[in-house]
Write a protein that binds this ligand. Structure first.
Ligand code: AMP
Length: 206
């Protein structure tokens, strides 16, 4: 299985990809997470990517291809792409190397997305993602799973969020149009519960 999840920041792609990975064993490839890991480990790639990420800009394609390619070749059972491709060049790169079985768009209104992002938190230790409105921790500021501290992502601040959303419409919009024109885009309303979105994805897969 080779699948792409497209959607505006905060639409819940990552959560759905996690659920699919858990149930089916397809590798969840989250490009933003790969870069964050490189940045935390202060690798050369992480140092180069950090500047772009902090401002909400796209990291140059050359660096993106470097992190993505190895992950995809290692994903023997298949993959779920989250946060890639984000522009037409990345899409071409991907389609030249792999055939893709399904492309989903988790469709969410921009205002709802901004609200979700501003209430997004994650555990600084185990990285589990929470939302202060829809997926609250049992204890304020503390991770249910490991007791770690919940923090906000550096780029979930207003200015960077606005830039990321602008890039989504400008760049990823063209990727969405391409798959839509080819008749290959499955659109799912993402202003819904996690369980309902997941069951709709599963329905399409079966
Ligand atoms: P995300 O966690 O998906 O919101 O990604 C966080 C940041 O990582 C983005 O704002 C970009 O700076 C960078 N990034 C993630 N995926 C890509 C991609 N496919 N192309 C370029 N930059 C990316």
């Amino acid at each position: 299985m080779r699948m792409i999840l497209l959607g505006i920041q905060g639409c819940g792609k990552g959560t759905q990809a996690d659920l699919l990975e858990k149930e089916f064993g397809w590798k969840h490839v989250n490009v933003g997470d790969l870069f964050r890991r490189h940045s935390e480990n202060n690798t050369l790639l992480g140092q180069k990517a950090r500047n772009y990420m902090e401002k909400g800009e796209l990291v140059p394609d050359k660096l993106v291809f470097e992190v993505v390619l190895q992950e995809l070749h290692n994903a023997k059972k298949g993959f779920i792409l989250d946060g890639f491709p984000r522009n037409l060049e990345q899409m071409k790169f991907l389609l030249e190397k792999f055939t893709i079985d399904h492309v989903f768009l988790l469709d969410l209104d921009k205002n709802v997305a901004v609200k979700r992002i501003s209430s997004r938190r994650h555990c600084q230790d185990c990285k589990l993602v929470y939302n202060l409105i829809s997926r609250k921790p049992k204890k304020d500021g503390i991770c249910d799973a490991c007791g770690g501290k919940l923090v906000q992502r550096d780029d979930d601040v207003e200015e960077a969020v606005a830039r990321r959303i602008e890039k989504f419409y400008q760049e990823t919009g063209k990727v969405i149009d391409h798959f839509r024109e080819q008749g290959n885009l499955i659109i799912i309303n993402a202003d819904d519960t996690l369980a309902s979105i997941y069951s709709k994805i599963r329905e399409y897969l079966s």
